[in-house]
Design a binder for this molecule. Structure first.
Ligand SMILES: NC(=O)C1=CN([C@@H]2O[C@H](COP(=O)(O)OP(=O)(O)OC[C@H]3O[C@@H](n4cnc5c(N)ncnc54)[C@H](O)[C@@H]3O)[C@@H](O)[C@H]2O)C=CC1
Ligand SMILES: CC(=O)C(=O)O
Ligand SMILES: [Mg+2]
Length: 553
């Protein structure tokens, strides 16, 4: 008798009795599979084959990718039951390797490629997607800033695919409602252009004017071909990330958000809310007196800082006072308003209250700012040196250190080092996962400050509410819902983010809050939901959430 290997209860413990929704795929006819093969054995065989690849994560990625194409439900069953093990394989850090090698490991179509050569007929390209009427969520990248790895061109496709796998596992989007898109506008990466196997257009990126024309046509076509879709922009280079968010967030006919700016902002605000409380408990410092120093002023850094400002405004500070709690360092040093030719997105946070000689060195800047929190979104591996982290520990009984750059090879510091250099006092979250670390007989758990904790819930709430736009308040409330989702057990463990194994339930809480705020702001279009209170919205989100079919016992 086959054993029950995965049930919603098993995955989450609280979804008893809910209908499991997928449309059954035809099983191979009797006689085409060995007699004893069943889902339970298949699950075990898949896990065995996966683990037999040992310490070769890219091979594991390729195996999982093939499994997804061959037996999608088994792939999601395995992912959902083993999130901490599988997430780093289909997402950061391994997805970074998959992107670097995409043109070499590519096997089958898994999304749409829309290139600059399609300009004028983009709609026709979008129409080839087989599940047009089912598409609800898309992740669109132009491959120009993939994680911290730079311009990878069409090799950026795995990031769209990986994020959408998390929409499915994390929030319960039906697989056929997801649409990965990679825009090929050329690449300035010489390595790609010189690679005879590179699968993108062999040309340099187009200029801004041509890109604007292309993007306008693309967004227009998206709304026509996929009228019910929500668009997540992902890993556009910083200037374009800000530009297209601004251009479309209130004007496009489909809702839009930028994950690197808004999703990252939300996840870091959430971690910061919990971290600041822990830090202030140790120091006695008022929450309004935290001082946050950012290393890296790209789309992620500036997006996060704007969201972290609401930590202060929610405590009653004015916008100016909140801004005064934030300092930035980029590749030229501390960002001050007197610096010539400052990029537009850096102007808002440029300090006007410093007039000494330019400060370039992190240690000098820490001495000057006396931060309570150090946040890295710089793509600079090891930038948080021993001296810098020790200095943070001298200034604070519990320093907040968030090295958030991805993939793990670009992290500003490692968890183990942060623990040792602060004698276990650090409050830590990184962009990519680290393992727990035992120090002086005590086990410490790292937080993962990655937008994967919020984008599934933001997207699910947005789609269920049929929102016209994704508003800043929907994003901010997603962040607060995440911060509030910690259980007592997680707080007792010193965590600032929930355990990854709970991501589905946490996404439901985020989705319900997002729907509520969409209603408050009158951007929702799903009228029947307006009669539901928060508890019913949560129940509604859970009921709409997809699970892979359960092998019957
Ligand atoms: N944890 C998460 O959820 C997320 C993490 N990220 C990560 O954040 C990183 C940055 O992303 P973006 O802001 O889009 O990239 P970006 O390239 O636009 O920004 C990088 C920033 O770092 C600065 N920088 C570079 N070298 C530096 C140095 N030596 N010293 C000081 N600053 C330096 C640059 O001046 C720039 O301001 C990437 O590694 C990305 O993977 C991005 C989004 C989400
Ligand atoms: C996590 C993510 O979105 C990034 O590193 O770009
Ligand atoms: Mg990203």
């Amino acid at each position: 008798m086959p054993t029950r290997i995965l049930t919603p209860e098993y995955v989450n413990g609280i979804f008893k009795g809910l209908k499991i929704s997928p449309e059954p795929k035809a099983e191979p006819a009797h006689g085409l599979t060995p007699p004893a093969l069943n889902k339970s054995i298949q699950y075990k065989r898949c896990m065995l084959q996966l683990r037999s690849k040992g310490d070769r994560p890219l091979e594991k990625y390729i195996f999982l990718s093939s499994l997804k194409q061959y037996d999608e439900e088994m792939f999601y069953a395995i992912l959902m039951a083993n999130m901490p093990e599988i997430c780093p394989l289909i997402y950061t850090p391994t997805v970074g390797d998959a992107c670097l090698n995409f043109s070499h490991i590519y096997r089958k179509p898994e999304g749409l490629y829309v290139s600059i050569e399609d300009k004028g007929s983009i709609k026709n390209v979008l129409r080839v997607w087989p599940h047009k009427d089912k598409a609800r969520i898309t992740v669109v990248t132009d491959g120009s800033r993939i994680l911290g790895l730079g311009d990878l061109g069409v090799n950026g496709m795995p990031i769209s695919i990986g994020k959408l796998s998390l929409y499915i596992a994390g929030a319960g989007f039906k697989p056929e409602s997801t649409l990965p898109i990679c825009l090929d506008l050329g690449t300035n990466n010489a390595k790609n252009l010189d690679d005879p196997l590179y699968l993108g257009l062999r040309r340099k990126r187009v200029d801004d004017k041509e890109m604007d024309e292309f993007m306008d046509e693309f967004m227009h076509a998206m709304a026509e071909v996929f009228p019910n879709i929500l668009v997540q922009f992902e890993d556009f280079s910083t200037d374009h990330a800000f530009h297209y968010l601004e251009r479309y967030q209130n004007t496009a006919k489909v809702p839009v958000f930028n994950d690197d700016i808004q999703g990252t902002g939300a996840v870091v605000l959430s971690g910061f809310v919990n971290a600041a409380k822990l830090s202030s408990e140790a120091s006695g410092r008022d929450l309004t007196d935290h001082r946050v120093l950012f290393l890296g002023a790209g789309s992620a850094g500036v997006g996060v800082a704007k969201q972290v400002m609401s930590f202060f405004t929610l405590q009653g500070l004015s916008e100016e006072e909140a801004k005064s709690r934030i300092w930035f360092i980029d590749s030229q040093g501390m960002i001050t308003a007197d610096r010539p030719k400052l990029q537009a997105h850096k102007i808002y946070f440029a300090r006007k209250d410093y007039s000494g000689p330019p400060l370039k060195n992190l240690l000098d800047i820490i001495d000057y700012v006396k931060p309570t929190a150090l946040v890295g979104l710089s793509t600079m591996r090891g930038a948080f040196t021993k001296e810098a982290v020790e200095k943070m520990a001298e200034l604070n009984p519990r320093p907040i250190i968030f090295p958030l750059s991805n993939p793990v090879s670009l992290s500003e510091c490692e968890f183990k080092d942060a623990i040792e250099w602060t004698d276990g006092k650090v409050i830590f979250a990184s962009g990519s996962p680290f393992l727990p670390y035992t120090y002086k007989g005590k086990e410490y758990y790292p937080g993962q400050g990655n937008n994967m904790y919020v984008f599934p819930g933001i997207g699910f709430g947005g789609v269920l509410s049929k929102c016209k736009h994704v508003t800043p308040s929907m994003v901010e409330n997603a962040s607060l819902a995440l911060a509030e989702s910690l259980t007592q057990e997680e707080r007792d463990m010193g965590l600032i983010y929930p355990k990854l194994t709970r991501v589905r339930e946490v996404s439901m809480q985020i989705a319900a809050r997002v729907i509520h705020v969409a209603q408050e702001e009158h951007v929702d279009r799903n009228a029947p939901l307006r009669h539901m209170d928060d508890e019913h919205l949560l129940e509604f989100a859970r009921k709409r959430s997809w699970y892979p079919r359960v092998p019957s016992s």
